[in-house]
Design a protein around this ligand. Structure first.
Ligand SMILES: *Cc1c(COP(=O)(O)O)cnc(C)c1O
Length: 386
């Protein structure tokens, strides 16, 4: 297979070759990666719940009760009372009529988009939308239009020019690579004015933003009438795995009938739903996790002003330090690893060419001194790579 070999060789030449590091032990700020103890600054475990003993205990107890495998899809015999209880809890948590649990966020996005639109319809996606939203749009065979990042007026012009029967606007709530928040009220206005549906994927906002951790929509005070489709995931701030869609009872009923990535897959283990319920309990009971996390974000941003590289504007735990070339981003990331810090280099095609960066993520599990030490290491690593 010469073409595969050529592809791999070219990726290496262009500093775009991807390799997996091997982690051992629990997901914590200090962990063993590739046999080295490092401080992890690239996990999405924003609230420090991934290794929380209350979640693992809930998982263990539910697994003792109902085993591990769910045995079948939700529509056959896999829909357990733990899944159902989680859905009811999520509806309450998001202030929506109903919620539907999916195995992953990737599948939720594929499922919702291809259920809501098809050939002859149109999807409008922010240029920096997560890959799963774009893949969902392509799978749906609706016409995909990408509007400039965070630009609600540009979206309105594109909606105006569209003659499609059904129109669906999709955006991240918090953008996964830049950490900025979508201009939600502008998007709501544009969608409402043009009779389009708005779908917000809040994978990085759930648990992190809003008074009760309800996400970017809770923070903006936007309910089901303004944003009819909300997608959230469990694998980030909630510290487990899986995802949900929340909206009207009619929407959820429709997805149960039509969303193929919901119908044609084995239900997630019920014990995982039980662990996610335990996570929502912690999110409700310990708002100080969120306020401490935001204090770390502010501390990091003040200290990072002294760095010789631009920091993207972001008030979320996702902080991007733009370094330009993939080669430079990789070199700085490797130096940081040598200094005991794991920070991933994000390169094209994940981000546009010339905007390779370090994506630093903060967690409520980090200490202030770990953040301060990271800044020292960044100074050292950037000085050595020019
Ligand atoms: C992580 C992520 C997803 C995918 O969620 P998984 O549950 O990990 O599959 C979807 N959308 C966004 C914006 C994400 O960051």
């Amino acid at each position: 297979m010469k073409s595969l070999r050529d592809f791999l060789a070219q990726r290496k030449r262009e500093h775009l070759y991807r390799q997996r590091r091997i982690a051992a032990g629990a997901q914590r700020p200090v962990m063993e990666i590739d046999g080295r103890r490092v401080v992890n600054f690239c996990s999405n475990d924003y609230l420090g719940l991934a290794a929380d003993p209350r979640l693992t205990e809930a998982f263990r107890r539910a697994a003792d009760e109902c085993g591990l495998g769910s045995g079948a899809s939700h529509l056959i015999s896999g829909h357990h009372r733990w899944h159902h209880a989680l859905e009811e809890r999520l509806a309450e948590f998001t202030g929506r009529e109903r919620a539907l649990v999916f195995s992953t966020g990737y599948m939720a996005n594929l499922g919702v988009i291809q259920a809501l639109v098809g050939p002859g319809d149109a999807v409008f996606a922010d240029r920096l939308s997560h890959a799963s939203l774009l893949d969902g749009a392509m799978l749906s065979r609706a016409r995909l239009t990408r509007y400039p990042h965070g630009d609600a007026e540009a979206l309105a012009r594109r909606l105006d020019a569209s003659r499609a029967a059904r129109r669906l606007v999709v955006t991240d709530g918090v953008f996964s690579m830049d950490g900025d928040v979508a201009p939600l009220s502008g998007l709501v206005q544009a969608a409402e004015r043009h009779g389009a549906w708005l779908m917000v994927d809040d994978a990085h906002g759930i648990g992190v933003l809003g008074q009760q951790g309800g996400g970017s929509l809770q923070r903006a005070g936007l309910g089901q009438d303004e944003v009819p489709v909300l997608v959230g995931t469990f694998g980030k701030a909630l510290g487990t795995a899986g995802a949900f869609v929340a909206g009207s009872a009619e929407l959820i009923d429709y997805l149960v009938q039509t969303a193929r990535p919901y119908i044609y897959t084995t239900a997630m283990p019920a014990a995982l739903a039980a662990a996610t319920l335990a996570s929502l309990d912690v999110v409700a009971a310990e708002p100080e996790r969120r306020s401490y996390l935001h204090s770390l974000v502010r501390r990091f941003r003040v200290l990072a002003r002294e760095l010789p590289a631009p920091l993207l504007a972001s008030e979320t735990p996702i902080q991007g330090l733009v370094l330009g070339s993939a080669e430079r981003a990789l070199a700085v990331s490797r130096r940081l690893f040598g200094l005991g810090f794991l920070v991933s280099a994000i390169r094209p095609p994940t981000v546009p060419a010339g905007s390779a960066r370090l994506r630093i993520t903060l967690s409520a599990a980090h200490s202030r001194s770990q953040v301060d030490d990271l800044l020292d290491a960044l100074h050292t690593a950037l000085a050595k790579t020019g």
